[in-house]
Unconditional design. Structure first.
Length: 237
């Protein structure tokens, strides 16, 4: 079968069907300069995500049965061949405050864990970032996986700093998402990122924020009333 990797065509024995095996075969036998990343080889580390026939996939768990095009993740700078530079995405996690900031001593129940279990399974594969069309017009968008992580920490019973977390995702965050759902479709962990962003929008409205697209009284995000009675309740929606 014909395999095109980064615009270069290779002929591969049909017995090899796993994408990572194919890339390894090409590197050993046909092009030893081909660059790609992998780690666990079992769909856990998220480092081997590539675009297969136009859709983001983990190379180590994806099998093919015919001619195939393999490209690097989209909307991220390329370092070489299938290796992308994801350093900027880590900045977006910081921007979204998608981490535990002020830790409470509250005892964690199974119910608390269940609320954040799915989002905690994110393997940082960058597939959702690659699929998101908003980055084509707004590179400053916080983006899907940083927002789904923000949702995870907003619902974390250990987090005491929920108000600031909700503040952090207003500008270039939840309201810039078009809710197209592309990110949810490609997530290998089945995280419904679009739904998490919708929940963050609902949570924001319930806590006094407004969608700037529908607001006549707010020109910029800096216009929010800092004296607002926040009354944060992540369980309130
Ligand atoms: S739902 Fe939002 S975050 Fe996800 S791909 Fe679409 S615009 Fe991007
Ligand atoms: S949310 Fe899903 S698609 Fe996005 S980085 Fe995490 S595991 Fe990958």
């Amino acid at each position: 079968m014909k395999i095109i990797v980064c615009e270069k065509e290779y002929s591969i024995d049909e017995k090899v069907t796993n994408i990572l095996d194919i890339l390894t075969y090409i590197k050993i036998n046909l092009n030893n300069s081909l660059a790609f990343r992998y780690g666990c080889k079992s769909g856990v580390c998220g480092s081997c995500a590539v675009v297969v026939n136009g859709v983001e996939k983990l190379a180590c768990v994806e099998n093919i049965d015919g001619n195939t095009t393999i490209k690097p993740l989209r909307r991220l700078p390329s370092i070489k061949d299938l290796v992308i530079d994801s350093s900027n995405i880590k900045n977006k996690l910081m921007q979204a405050e998608a981490f535990l900031k002020e830790k409470s001593n509250e005892k964690i129940t199974q119910e608390n864990i269940d609320k954040i279990d799915l989002q905690s399974n994110c393997i940082l594969c960058n597939s959702c970032y690659s699929s998101c069309p908003v980055f084509d017009i707004n590179p400053d968008f916080i983006g899907p996986f940083a927002l789904t992580r923000a949702y995870r920490y907003l619902n974390d019973a250990k987090e005491l700093d929920s108000k600031n977390k909700l503040d952090a995702i207003q500008k270039t965050g939840i309201w810039d998402c078009t809710l197209c759902g592309a990110c949810s479709l490609v997530c290998p962990q089945n995280i419904d990122i679009k739904m998490d962003i919708m929940n963050l929008q609902n949570m924001s409205i319930q806590n006094g924020y407004e969608n700037p697209a529908f607001s006549s009284s707010v020109d910029t995000f800096g216009g929010f009333d800092s004296n607002i009675n926040f009354g944060f309740n992540p369980n309130g929606f």
